[in-house]
Design a protein around this ligand. Structure first.
Ligand code: FMN
Length: 371
């Protein structure tokens, strides 16, 4: 195995000594002795104890940056980061916070560094500044920026983003102190952390991305309209609903667009086809869910391909039949007669069951829309 550079070993030993005895309690001689070299040899690598300390601070920062890359934190423009967080914020926040927590609790370098700073911060103004910067200010201000953008984009309810960041981090710091030195209880700490994040998410996400959903629909006898009302109730307030006949729908304003109509003689309403075609390019950049009211059950091969453009079908996060209703009393005479006659034909009746609205499917569509 290749020998580790002495410069690196000096840092490691110095950190351990600083964490145990404090900065003032350690001399260059102590560090050299711990490494197993002469004091004069140590000075070939570092000109002073202060330089060792400064290098430790820099190393800690780059070590955290390297670790962050493996946490797979959303990166890029703040706008995109906020959108990444918004996709499934509970899971993403849980994952990130437990990884950061694990890093600070278990990474030998990080935990000793934290220990050293917490001892020394009372003795040195400079260390106190670093402690606040590394552990508190940077974390809070970065998170506040993300929350601010999420509020701006409508993913979170309006509140002071700095206070939100404080509320988000305070339990994490508290738990870090609570479980410090009992790393074997990490699982217990992470469970509490997960619950904290779920609750935080619940408080601030209510009234968030619901603003950004549009439902576009077409109906003949009112069944699809009724289903849209049910869908809206599962999504809760502030969802915008449009008739596909409305030519002024601005797709760009929404993140999630749900499009649905009903089926007559194997075809969906013309206005739905027109809407999909006309807005196809924009829709392909959005989250799209497709639904139809009809008597054809889910799972019939090639059925949706006759109703929606193939590109949109492949792009959609969910495509479903949500059942239907045969409103015989609203139908015109011809249609009523048509179905009365068809039902007398065995071949038709075998494949036909009176449709019902499938509330479970509507609920599934709503749940997937909110993810
Ligand atoms: C004349 C007529 C033709 C229909 N054709 C089909 C069809 O080809 N395939 C199908 O699955 N459902 C068909 N249906 C069922 C409707 O799609 C269903 O009743 C739906 O709930 C109607 O929704 P709406 O009231 O929103 O228009 C038909 C219904 C009628 C009255």
């Amino acid at each position: 195995m290749a020998k580790r550079p002495t410069k690196e070993i000096i840092l490691e030993k110095a950190l351990k000594l600083f964490a145990d005895k404090g900065y003032d309690g350690v001399t260059v001689r102590d560090i050299a002795a711990e490494v197993g070299i002469r004091q004069s040899s140590l000075y070939k690598h570092y000109i002073s104890k202060q330089e060792i300390f400064d290098t430790l601070v820099d190393t800690m920062q780059s070590r955290f940056m390297d670790a962050s890359a493996t946490f797979q934190l959303p990166s890029g423009e703040i706008r995109e980061i906020a959108q990444e967080y918004a996709k499934d914020s509970t899971d993403i926040l849980k994952k990130i916070s437990s990884e950061i927590f694990h890093f600070y609790l278990k990474d030998p370098y990080a935990s000793q560094f934290r220990k050293m700073l917490s001892i020394e911060k009372y003795k040195s103004k400079e260390i106190d500044r670093i402690y606040r910067e590394v552990y508190i200010d940077t974390a809070i201000s970065n998170q506040a920026q993300i929350f601010e953008e999420m509020i701006k984009q409508g993913y979170m309810r309006k509140a002071d983003p700095k206070i939100m960041a404080l509320q988000f981090f305070a339990p994490i710091f508290l738990l870090l102190n609570r479980y410090d030195g009992i790393a074997e209880k990490e699982a217990e700490a992470i469970e509490i952390l997960g619950k904290h994040i779920e609750q935080f998410d619940k408080i601030y996400r209510e009234g968030g991305n619901k603003m950004k959903i549009a439902i576009i629909y077409a109906t003949k006898y009112g069944c699809t309209k009724k289903c849209v009302e049910i869908l809206k109730s599962y999504l809760q307030s502030d969802v915008k609903v449009f008739s596909a006949k409305n030519s002024k729908i601005d797709v760009s304003q929404y993140d999630t667009i749900l499009i649905g109509g009903s089926v007559y003689m194997g075809k969906i309403q013309k206005e739905i086809t027109r809407f999909c075609k006309h807005n196809l390019k924009q829709l392909l950049k959005k989250r799209v869910g497709l639904f139809v009211c009809c008597y054809t059950p889910n799972g019939i091969n090639g059925f949706f391909e006759t109703l929606f453009p193939l590109e949109l079908l492949n792009h959609a996060f969910y495509v479903t039949c949500i059942g239907g209703e045969m409103n015989y009393d609203k139908m015109n005479f011809l249609y009523r007669r048509l179905f009365q006659s068809l039902k007398k034909i065995d071949g038709f009746n075998e494949g036909f069951t009176e449709p019902k609205i499938l509330e479970e499917e509507i609920k599934a569509l709503a749940e997937k829309s909110l993810k």
